[in-house]
Write a protein that binds this ligand. Sequence first.
Ligand SMILES: *Cc1c(COP(=O)(O)O)cnc(C)c1O
Length: 363
Amino acid sequence: MTDASRDCVDMATLQGRASEIIAEITGAEAGVVTSGAAAGLLLGSAACLTGLDPARMNRLPDTSGMPNEIVVARSQRNQYDHAIRASGALLVEVGLPDRVAGPGVRDAEAWEYAAAISERTAALFYLANPASRPALRDVARVAETAKLPLIVDAASQLPPRENLRRFLDEGASLVVFSGGKVIGGPQASGLLCGKKDLVAAAALQMLDMDIPFDHWNPPAGLIDKDRIPGLPHHGIGRGCKAGKEEIVGLLTALRIFVSPEFDQRILELRRMAVDLCGRLAGLENAKVELEEDGYRPGVAGVRIAFDGGADVAARVTLRLLGGDPPVHVDSAREDIGVLRLSPIGLKTDDLDELAERLRAAAG
Ligand SMILES: *Cc1c(COP(=O)(O)O)cnc(C)c1O
């Protein structure tokens, strides 16, 4: 990344080369590096709204007179979908997830997506997560029948490596991943990959494009100049731009992620979790154990269940946060007296101090 910061390069050329590498690694037709998964959602949604029409690109987020609805299962709505709505798209919810509320066992079904599709529909959206219903393949079939693109948010679904290809194989038109989560790329990076025309539409709305059309010579693998009548300028995705440092950094992280070197990284993370468990053994009035991540194979964290329940867990959390340096734990299950520790942000050197702080806070 430091080397990249010293060299100047045409950004379309660099994204064109990135696209080739992303295509090789993911099996996608094309891809671009973005400033994060949320940026990828905004760019991907914008691409579905505009296609390769520069007049539409220049109008966003005004979507009047163009298909602007994106269909989503109600159970998959989440605050990151701000990024989808920021494009000008309108989310249309389907299904009533009463498996979540409890009285029933059902969630949205594929036919409900089909029933919500009209001439106003621009795309379908799916949040990839092992708990998501219905199955991606079923939603993809609906999208294919309706000839509509399907955007998949797979921001935190790496590892496993196979997921780099899986959602595309299952029928996604565009997939977004975070670069800064477990794969360990630059914090402010992400990946948008999929169908070439959609990735081109995304790139056109992210790159600067302040250049006369005649002078413009984009890499053919990323953008086919013959397909567009003119250039949009400073598109809605300009704030999603990745710098040359992030592009080079994320491509490097991806290459490591698909190599045996990354297996060592997973082992190292696991060793830190096991080590921490050992150091915390015998913590009074608490049960400490290694907890498998569940859906990211090999990844494990530490689970501490306090006999005193929610009040004790809350007190320990506040003590940890109030110290110097603050210690951040996963307190999502504080309500049942459980705190979790993830090794992802840790270094081996941190373990002594961390164990000591946990003992003090729990005492
Ligand atoms: C983390 C996450 C995002 C946002 O990712 P960034 O790379 O931080 O922009 C979006 N969607 C989901 C499901 C996530 O877990």
